[in-house]
Design a protein around this ligand. Structure first.
Ligand code: NI
Length: 139
């Protein structure tokens, strides 16, 4: 069910409003209200992720050298240990040496962060990134 929209006034310095308008225009917003709603949601997600109560979703992506001894076995073995937190994974062979892996996780944020940090710490994992969000209920 769609929630009722409430109108409220916001006071802001002229220069700050100018910067805000340029920023949101660059990001493709056509009106301030939608931009403010998304900015507020972003902060609520950040807060919710770190209060540790809500279920979070994570996308972990990383590039690794598959020639590094036992790395693939270690990465796969570790994912099997944490199969309850891992929803899916995708693998791309970038070139002769490098692989790109994308793993989707669902768990408490702290758990996702711990699993991700461990995988990124393996020798041969060159670069990676974790992105966290909450399920839609909280936002
Ligand atoms: Ni590969």
């Amino acid at each position: 069910m769609q929630d009722k929209l409430i109108r409220f006034g916001v006071s802001m310095e002229d220069a700050l409003l100018g910067k805000f308008d340029r920023l949101i225009s660059k990001r493709g917003y056509t009106n301030r209200s939608e931009a403010i709603r998304d900015f507020v949601r972003k902060e609520i997600v950040e807060e919710g992720i770190h209060n540790g109560k809500a279920a979070a979703f994570g996308v972990l992506s990383f590039v690794y050298d598959h020639h590094v001894r036992e790395l693939e076995a270690k990465l796969t073995g570790f994912q099997h240990v944490h199969y309850k937190s891992i929803i899916s994974s995708s693998h791309v062979h970038i070139d002769h040496d490098n692989c790109f892996e994308v793993i989707i996780l669902k768990d408490k944020a702290a758990e996702i962060e711990e699993i991700s940090a461990k995988m990124l710490s393996y020798k041969g994992v060159k670069h990676g990134r974790l992105s966290l969000t909450l399920s839609g209920k909280e936002i």
